[in-house]
Design a binder for this molecule. Sequence first.
Ligand code: SF4
Length: 304
Amino acid sequence: MDFVKEIEVLKKEKKAVILAHYYTLPEVQEIADCLGDSLALAQYAEKTDAETIVFAGVHFMAETAKILNPEKRVFIPDMGSRCSLADTCPAKEFAEFLKENPDHKVISYINCSAEVKAMSDVICTSGNAERIVGSFGEGDKLIFAPDENLGSFLVKKTGRQMLLWNGGCHVHFKLDEEDYKEAAKAYPEAVFIAHPECRESLLKHAAFVGSTTALIKYVENNDAPMFIVATEEGIMHELSRRCPSKKIMILKKRERKVYNCAYMKLNNLQKIHACLKDEVNEIIMDREIMEKARKPIMRMLSLS
Ligand code: SF4
C-alpha cells in the first residue's frame, strides 16, 4: 500500500492535520502539515481549524493538543509513545512535593503529564523558558519541574534561584563530557552546540545552547562549515535539508551505533494511516484535568 497517498486522501476526507516533532522518523516528518518542536507544535495546535489532529510525537504532546482543542479528536499513532522525562515526575509525588513547598510558584516544562500541568502556574518549553522565568517577580519563590538539567541551565542563565525537581530525559541525560571530548578530538574544527536537557558538564563546552528550533536556526545562520550537535538524532533530517552543504554530526554515545528516542521512533506511516482510517488511539482525557491544565498552557502561549 502507498501509505503516503492513502494518508493524503484520508486527511482530506476527515479534515485532519498531521503534526510531527523533529525527533520522529524522516518519512513521518516529510508528510507533516506542521513539523516543529514542542512550542511550535503547541502554537499550531491552538490555531488549527482542522477537525482531527494526528500527533506524531509523544503522549504529553498529543495530550497538550487535546487540552487546547477539547472539542476536536486527537490521535496518537502509538499509545506506547511515552516520554522518559515526563515519566520521572509522577503526579502523586509531585503533589507531595508542592505540599511541602506551598509558598512557591510552579513552572513546569511541557514534557510532563496533564496532571502535573494542572498543578502548575505556567508551562514552558526550552524555546521560551528564559522568558517564562523572567515573567515572575523578583520576590516570587519558584519551583521548576521536571527537567533538572534545564532547570540548572535556567538558574545559571537567569540568576533566579529555583527549587528543581530531579527528573531527566534518558537520551539527553546520558550524553557526557567524554562523548564530547572524543568527538571534539576527531573534529577539532567543528562548532559544538547542545540542547539544554543535556548535563551541565556538556553544556559548558557548547558555543550555543538552545531548543531544537534554535539549534536548527543557529546552524542555518552560522557561517561555520562543520557542527557537532548534542540532542536527539531526528534533528538531522531537518538540518540536512536546510543546510545541505554543511557537515553536521550528532553527538553519539560512545560505543553505541544507534542513540535516539525510541518513543519518538514508534510513530510510522502505517500507524498514522491506521489512526486516520480506523480511528484508533484517540486521546481521551478527564474534563476537569483538561480545564485545570489549560490555564498554565494558555499562560505560556500568551507569554510566547
Ligand atoms: S527525547 Fe527525551 S524528552 Fe524528548 S520525547 Fe524522548 S524521552 Fe522525552
